[in-house]
Ligand binder design. Structure first.
Ligand SMILES: [Zn+2]
Length: 433
């Protein structure tokens, strides 16, 4: 019994790809879009393969909120991304290292990612999401601190000092510290420590920030190499750089080129992340600038997007993997995705509706439960409401990306995109377009 639990094979993980025997990391591109950067491919990690393009489920604190790992595997999730900042504070990276690494700790036998903690740490700097300013010298028009918020993070050229959101204790992340934490966590794909800026920062600040992120990238590579050699018996972790540069084409392209050409003691980055300030309207353009500069034989990850049309835009412009917290976050507030748009299952329209969320959905929830039951669970504040709606939304995004991958391989991407988006947004008053 003990063995079954550790390996998890008889508990619902059968859909995950078995572990590759050589335990190496790699990316092999497959089909590509005509006249475009979009492509399919396969990422190989020590804990299995990821068919790309792929949605990476978000399990910030080593759990996809409200859902068993077995359910995530059963609905087709291929990988999970956790957050180094949260796990460093709680339970502590040393605890997860002692448990045998992130995957074993959370009972997820498949591939794992951790992001560097930079985004979360620096979000503390301004007190609200996605609007980040780390200028510590002169705040002036780079000062975008939300009214009434206290600055909890300070950036300097060596790293970031921050105050824990949990207990007010003081901490410091440097590129070396981020690598040490992410090596203790042991995810298959880890990210270099970068500075996140906002669209509201000045051009001058963005230039200085990109230069700082580049210096930090070199320090991350050096520390990653040292740690990899020091712990040669552990599964090899892949390190991705993060391309910043906000909304400036020249900064984005130069940042990408500089990171691609960066070699430290013979070591290059295994892949590239695209981070920082991205707005819905410029998402595709910025992703395209960056991906045009990146080598074809390295995987590309987009850090954090939200809605279905963003997914098409990102993949079309060259992204192989992306993480997305929206499916589970909105599910906990009763919002569910369907082929005909998004709606809230806790409104009166669902109270006596004995159909599933989506007649065409093959998920655990839709094949067993009605909208009326889900409506009841939300009204009664029952925890199962979050579980069942999260399963549906995660399956919806997984299936969408599976279909996009097939359409790239079949040469039907453009038709599929037009067909899907026209239906999704045609009758969806609550869609986020
Ligand atoms: Zn469903």
């Amino acid at each position: 019994m003990r063995r079954e639990i550790v390996e998890g094979r008889s508990l619902g993980f059968d859909q995950l790809t078995p572990e590759p025997v050589d335990g190496r990391f790699g990316f092999v591109p497959g089909a590509s879009l005509p006249n475009g950067l979009g492509r399919s491919g396969v990422i190989t990690t020590p804990h299995g393969t990821i068919r790309t393009p792929a949605f990476v489920a978000v399990g910030t604190k080593a759990t996809v909120k409200a859902v068993l790992p077995e359910s995530m595997a059963a609905l087709g999730a291929q990988a999970v991304l956790a957050n180094a900042y949260h796990l460093y504070l709680q339970p502590g990276a040393d605890v997860i290292a002692a448990a045998g690494g992130l995957g074993r700790f959370m009972n997820w036998p498949g591939p794992t990612f951790t992001d560097s903690g930079g985004f979360q740490v620096m979000s503390l700097g301004v007190g609200f999401k996605k609007m980040l300013a780390m200028n510590v010298d002169s705040l002036e028009d780079d000062d975008v601190i939300a009214a009434g918020k206290t600055r909890l993070a300070q950036v300097d050229d060596d790293g970031v000092t921050f105050t824990s959101h949990l207990d007010g204790s003081q901490h410091r992340f440097t590129p070396e510290a981020s690598m040490q934490i992410q090596h203790q966590l042991g995810a298959d794909i880890i990210f270099a420590f970068d500075e996140c800026t906002t669209l509201l920062n000045t051009r001058h600040y963005q230039e200085r920030s990109v230069a700082r992120t580049q210096r930090w990238a070199a320090r991350c590579l050096a520390e990653h190499r040292r740690l990899t050699r020091a712990h040669a018996s552990l599964p090899r972790q892949a390190l991705f750089a993060v391309v910043q540069g906000a909304q400036y084409e020249d900064l984005r392209r130069q940042a990408a080129r500089d990171l691609v050409s960066l070699v430290v003691d013979g070591l290059r980055f295994d892949g590239y992340g695209i981070g920082g300030a991205l707005e819905k309207d410029n998402l595709g353009t910025i992703v395209r600038w960056v991906c045009e500069e990146l080598p074809e034989d390295k995987a590309r990850h987009l850090l954090g997007i939200s809605e279905p049309n963003d997914i098409f835009t990102a993949i079309e412009n060259g992204v192989d993997t992306f993480d997305c917290v929206s499916p589970s976050r909105v599910a906990r507030n009763a919002a569910v995705y369907t082929a005909r748009g998004r709606f809230n299952v806790n409104t009166a329209a669902s109270r006596r509706n004995f159909s599933p969320i989506d007649e065409d959905c093959d998920c655990y929830t839709c094949t067993r439960y009605t909208q009326a039951y889900l409506h009841h669970l939300f009204k009664a504040r029952e925890m199962l409401a979050a579980t069942l709606c999260t399963i549906h939304n995660e399956r919806f995004v997984v299936r969408l990306v599976d279909d996009i991958r097939s359409s790239i391989e079949n040469g039907t991407f453009v038709d599929f995109k037009i067909d899907f988006l026209s239906r999704y947004y045609a009758s969806s008053p609550q869609s986020d377009r």
